[in-house]
Write a protein that binds this ligand. Sequence first.
Ligand SMILES: Nc1ncnc2c1ncn2[C@@H]1O[C@H](COP(=O)(O)OP(=O)(O)OP(=O)(O)O)[C@@H](O)[C@H]1O
Length: 276
Amino acid sequence: MSTLATPNCPIIIPEVELQDCQTIERSIHKTYRRHLWAPFIRAIKEFNLVEDGDRIAVAISGGKDSLLLAKLFQALQRTKLFDFELVLIAMNPGFHQENLVALEANLKHLEIPAEIYADNIFERAEARSKEFPCYQCAQMRRGSLYAKATEHGCNKLALGHHYDDVLETILLNIFYAGKFESMLPILPAKNFDVQLIRPLYYVEEADIIRYTKQNGIQAMNCGCTVAAGRTASKRSEIKQLIKQLDTVDPAIKNNILSSTRNVNLEKILGWRADDK
Ligand SMILES: Nc1ncnc2c1ncn2[C@@H]1O[C@H](COP(=O)(O)OP(=O)(O)OP(=O)(O)O)[C@@H](O)[C@H]1O
């Protein structure tokens, strides 16, 4: 997989031998209790992301975030805090063969019995939009995952977006789209009877990287075969900016998110809701 790293999608090199599955599972409750388990539970409780009777599809791309998300959901199910069903799905959008083999190996080792299904989204996204395949790809991936979740009778689809994704999205929207818009922890799908949930909302990327490296997990860094390296530069610039700001004042990250809860409608020039 190392050959598939790009400047905007750096590879995460494990710092130890791959640990056995039980050790990895234990680490979530011990070493990473404060930084992974606690924020995961906090988001679930604060936003009611999981409720009794739910049937939740967890979408696993093979990257570090969704591999962790699957392990957290398996751990949550064992606690019996909520009575819910879990469906694990992984879509193959046209990965390089070496990425697909690595994904299968990771799922097996981590005891994540996910259904891998094929949907040639990379090819279709590129055919539809040579210039901006990423936007197409993101839309089509989401649609494919919603459809698969629906096919499995799920009422929720969990994605692996984390705290830093949320902050980056807020700033990207301000800087490059001229709008104040966040990424929500829970929202209804537009064309499906499914709710999208983001249970890693409070989990910091640095902690996911630490957990991944320290458990020897070689997650997929970037499965894209179409535009990897050409795009996502704005996101990586914003990531660097937030990193720099964090060294100046560690309160800044939290303040970026807090600003989305604290909008003074008397001190803004305009707003819209439901196209109004
Ligand atoms: N091919 C896929 N199959 C299943 N789920 C996917 C796939 N691609 C994306 N997802 C879901 O959408 C989320 C966000 O996708 P994105 O490509 O932004 O991932 P990411 O930030 O690189 O996260 P990850 O480390 O999980 O890949 C993923 O965490 C995962 O839950």
